[in-house]
Design a protein around this ligand. Structure first.
Ligand SMILES: Cc1cc2nc3c(=O)[nH]c(=O)nc-3n(C[C@H](O)[C@H](O)[C@H](O)COP(=O)(O)OP(=O)(O)OC[C@H]3O[C@@H](n4cnc5c(N)ncnc54)[C@H](O)[C@@H]3O)c2cc1C
Length: 473
C-alpha cells in the first residue's frame, strides 16, 4: 500500500456516463474514463485490509490490493499481469461486471468503495495501448486436441487456459462471430465489440482455432467430435428463454428480448439481416417485461431507436436502494434497486405488476392488461402472489419479454450424446466438471443456469483445470 492515508483524504470518484443527449444518438460505450492522475488516486484509496473481503467477494478471487498498489506505483504492466493471473478477460468484466468486489470492499461500509471495476478496465486499456498484450504462444505442444462448443465467456476462458497449457484447442460456434452473449446479447453501449474482437484476435495469434457458423449437432455430429478429440468442453450457455404464455402472446409486436438485442447488435456490426428480423421501436410505445439487466438493455436500445414512450414492469415488489439495506456488508450480491445508464436515459419503471393478457387488432399488438399484485408468505414459508386492485390497460405497440433463461437447448447434440441433466434441465457434472460421458466436460451457464460474465469465466477456468488434469493422465 503506497499511501496509507489516501482512503481518508481522497473521495471516491466515478468516471460517470457521457451526457445523455450525446450518448443516446449512438451505440458507443456510455461510460467515460478518468485521466491517469485521477485513476492512480482512486487506486491509492485501497487500504490493503489484511483480510481482503473484495477478493472473497470476487468469483475469480482477483487480488485487488496487489494490483491497486501497482496502479498507485504507475506499474501498469505488473497490474495487468496480476489481474490476468486470476481473470482471463478483465477488459470484459471491467466494463460489465456488477462488481461484487465493490460490495465487499471494507470502504463499502461507508458507501464509498474503491472504484475496482473501473480501475480494472483502466489497467487493461493501459496494457493494450502500451503494447503489453502480446501473444503468449506455448513453447511446447502436448499433442492433445480439445474441442470447445460455444464461444461465450466460459468457452473462451476454457480455450484460453488450455491453449496456454499447450493443448491444441478448436472453438466451435454456431453464430457468425465469436463471443456468445458478449457479442450478441450485451449491447455495444455497454461493451464495444472491438474489445471482444481484440481478445479473439490475440487468442487466435496464440494458436486457438475458431470455427464459426458451425452448429454442433447439426453441421457436425457430437459423435464425430468424440472420435476426433481427446476432450470436449460444452459451453453452450442457457439459451431457452422464459416465455409468458398468456392470451395474445402470438400477436405481432410481442418479442423475446434476445430477438431484439441480437438484431441491434448485428445492425451495429453491419451484419446482413433478413427483413423479417427487423424490430424498430421508433415512435412506438414500448413495454419491457422484466426488471433485470436484459430489460434495461432493451430500454437503452429502444431509446436509441427513438421510442415514443417506454415502460418497464416487474412482477416483484420494488427493492430497496443499496444505501437503505442495513448490515449488508460484506454480502457480495445484495438484492437492491439497480438504476442503469439506460434507465437514466428515460423510461417509467413500475413494480408488483402482473401481465394478464396482450390485446391486439388484426393480429397486431395494441395494448396489454396488467394488474397489481401483493406477495405473501404462506405457512410453508413460500411466497405466493395475490392480485389486488382493478386490472389496467396500457396502450403499447411493442412488448419485450426479458424474463430470463431457463436452461440450455437439449435438442441436438446433448440429446444425441444422451447427456444427463439436473432437475432444472441444466447439464449435470461431477466434482471434476465432467458429464456422464467420458472425456466430455461442461462449463458456464449451461451448467449453473443463467449467471454473469464473471462467474462464467470462473467456471471456464475451473473446468479447464480439470480437463488439463484429465489430459495429463
Ligand atoms: C442481454 C443480456 C445482458 C447481459 N448483461 C450482463 C452484464 O452486464 N454483466 C454480466 O456479468 N452478465 C451479463 N449477462 C449474462 C452473461 O452474458 C452470461 O452469464 C454469460 O455470457 C454466459 O456465458 P456462457 O459462455 O456460459 O454462455 P453464452 O455467452 O450464452 O455463450 C454460449 C455460446 O454457445 C453457442 N452455442 C450454443 N449451442 C451451440 C452449438 N450446438 N454449437 C455451437 N455453438 C453453440 C452460442 O451461439 C453462444 O455463442 C447478460 C445476459 C444477457 C442475455
Amino acid at each position: 500500500m503506497g499511501n496509507p492515508k489516501a482512503f481518508l483524504t481522497v473521495n471516491r470518484k466515478e468516471a460517470g456516463y457521457r451526457p445523455k443527449h450525446d450518448r443516446i444518438s449512438d451505440y458507443g460505450e456510455v461510460e467515460q474514463t478518468l485521466n491517469t492522475e485521477d485513476r492512480v488516486l482512486q487506486a491509492s484509496r485501497c487500504m490493503d485490509c489484511g483480510v481482503p473481503f473484495c477478493q472473497y467477494g470476487c468469483p475469480l478471487g482477483n487480488k485487488m490490493p496487489e494490483w491497486q498498489d501497482y496502479i498507485y506505483k504507475g506499474n501498469w504492466k505488473r497490474a495487468a499481469y496480476s489481474l490476468q493471473s486470476t481473470n482471463d478477460f478483465p477488459e470484459f468484466t471491467g466494463r460489465v461486471c456488477p462488481a461484487p468486489c465493490e460490495k465487499t470492499c471494507v470502504l463499502a461500509i461507508e458507501d464509498s468503495p474503491i472504484t475496482i471495476r473501473e480501475n480494472e478496465a483502466a489497467v487493461m486499456e493501459h496494457a493494450y495501448s502500451e503494447g503489453h498484450m502480446k501473444p503468449l504462444i506455448p513453447e511446447k505442444r502436448s499433442g492433445k486436441k480439445v474441442a470447445v462448443i460455444g464461444s461465450g465467456p466460459s468457452g473462451l476462458a476454457v480455450a484460453n487456459q488450455l491453449n496456454r497449457r499447450g493443448h491444441s484447442v478448436t472453438v466451435y460456434e454456431k453464430d457468425t462471430q465469436i463471443g456468445g452473449l458478449l457479442r450478441y446479447g450485451i449491447p455495444d453501449f455497454k461493451l464495444n465489440k472491438n474489445v471482444v474482437q481484440r481478445r479473439v484476435d490475440l487468442m487466435r495469434a496464440e494458436g486457438v482455432e475458431f470455427i464459426t457458423n458451425t452448429e454442433i449437432g447439426k453441421d457436425i455430429k457430437g459423435g464425430d467430435l468424440l472420435k476426433d478429440y481427446d476432450a470436449i468442453c460444452i459451453a453452450i450457455g442457457s439459451q431457452v428463454p422464459r416465455n409468458l404464455p398468456v392470451e395474445g402472446r402470438e400477436l405481432n409486436g410481442v418479442h423475446y428480448a434476445m430477438e431484439y438485442l441480437t438484431m441491434q447488435n448485428k445492425i451495429v456490426a453491419e451484419e446482413t439481416l433478413e427483413e423479417k428480423d427487423f424490430i424498430n421501436a421508433k415512435g412506438k410505445n414500448v413495454l419491457v417485461i422484466g426488471g433485470g439487466d436484459t430489460g434495461s438493455d432493451c430500454i437503452g436500445t429502444a431509446n436509441r431507436q427513438g421510442a415514443a414512450n417506454i415502460i418497464q414492469i416487474e412482477i416483484l415488489p420494488k427493492p430497496k436502494e443499496l444505501k437503505e439495506i442495513e448490515n449488508r456488508w460484506p454480502v457480495p450480491f445484495p438484492a437492491y434497486l439497480k438504476t442503469s445508464s439506460s434507465h437514466l436515459e428515460g423510461c417509467e419503471r413500475r413494480w408488483s405488476l402482473n401481465t394478464k393478457r396482450f390485446i391486439g387488432e388484426d393480429g397486431k399488438l395494441t395494448a396489454v392488461e396488467v394488474v397489481e399484485v401483493e406477495w405473501e408468505k404462506d405457512a410453508s414459508g413460500k411466497f405466493t402472489m395475490k392480485e389486488v386492485g382493478t386490472p389496467e390497460i396500457l396502450k403499447i405497440d411493442l412488448a419485450f419479454l426479458a424474463l430470463g433463461f431457463i436452461h440450455p437447448i437439449y435438442e441436438g447434440f446433448l440429446e444425441e450424446l444422451k447427456i444427463t441433466l439436473t432437475e432444472r434441465k441444466n447439464i449435470h457434472t461431477d466434482d471434476y466438471r465432467k458429464t456422464n460421458i467420458d472425456k466430455v466436460f461442461a462449463a458456464g451457464d449451461c451448467v449453473s443456469g443463467q449467471s454473469l460474465v464473471v462467474t462464467s469465466i470462473a467456471s471456464g477456468r475451473k473446468t479447464a483445470g480439470h480437463i488439463d488434469e484429465f489430459l495429463k493422465k
